[in-house]
Design a protein around this ligand. Sequence first.
Ligand SMILES: Cc1cc2nc3c(=O)[nH]c(=O)nc-3n(C[C@H](O)[C@H](O)[C@H](O)COP(=O)(O)O)c2cc1C
Length: 217
Amino acid sequence: MATGSDMTPPSTRTEDASSRAPRVLLVSGSRHLESHLHDLVRIAAEAARDAGAELQTLALHELELPVMHYNDRSQRELPAVRRVLETARWADGFILATPEYHGNMSGCLKNWFDFLYGELAGKFAGVIACTGGGGGDMSITSVKNSFMWCHGFTLPFHAAARKTDFADGRLINPKIIDRVQRIAHDVVRYAPLIRAAFEQARATGKGVGAGVAGTHA
Ligand SMILES: Cc1cc2nc3c(=O)[nH]c(=O)nc-3n(C[C@H](O)[C@H](O)[C@H](O)COP(=O)(O)O)c2cc1C
């Protein structure tokens, strides 16, 4: 388990996510200021807003997040770490964007994960990636694995853009644009339902009838 386990008392975690606008956190996982990933993020953000989400974007190139140090509890007081924890707690669902680095997600996105655990449980995520030429399966799978290992649920659909899908930093491949937009709409659609079901199950306690939510009760 990572350091960032959710310390919020169960009684304050049970608000009904299905009765308000879906809250989506878009995490942009590149430290490269000129990254092609930023245009993927822009398209996903527009689509999520069009779908009715209340959206926040966490741009990891704008956040001075230290490398997670498991034994250093003082990290939890740093503004960047607090922002990571608070935005993750706030979100019903996530759109996670990563460049593919050495057949994996970026180091900064993995570092974001390392501050979190319970904040992602019972939440929903869609994944988008940007690659130099590969199909993106490796980085997408690594993001989905980490999200699932935090007891989150992932969309069985994803999108990856290669550098050749861009012109002047803009994504121009209509098939990839279409996929990114579908992912955003699906995160907005499913995230509140999954969160509400999970919170309802968690409220029933630790018994096996609560399923995985019972392990977070
Ligand atoms: C350290 C590093 C490792 C990379 N590994 C891969 C890789 O395994 N597969 C791939 O297709 N591209 C790889 N790339 C290329 C990036 O995926 C590509 O440059 C990026 O997604 C596009 O975003 P950018 O505009 O920030 O470069 C790698 C790039 C870097 C810097």
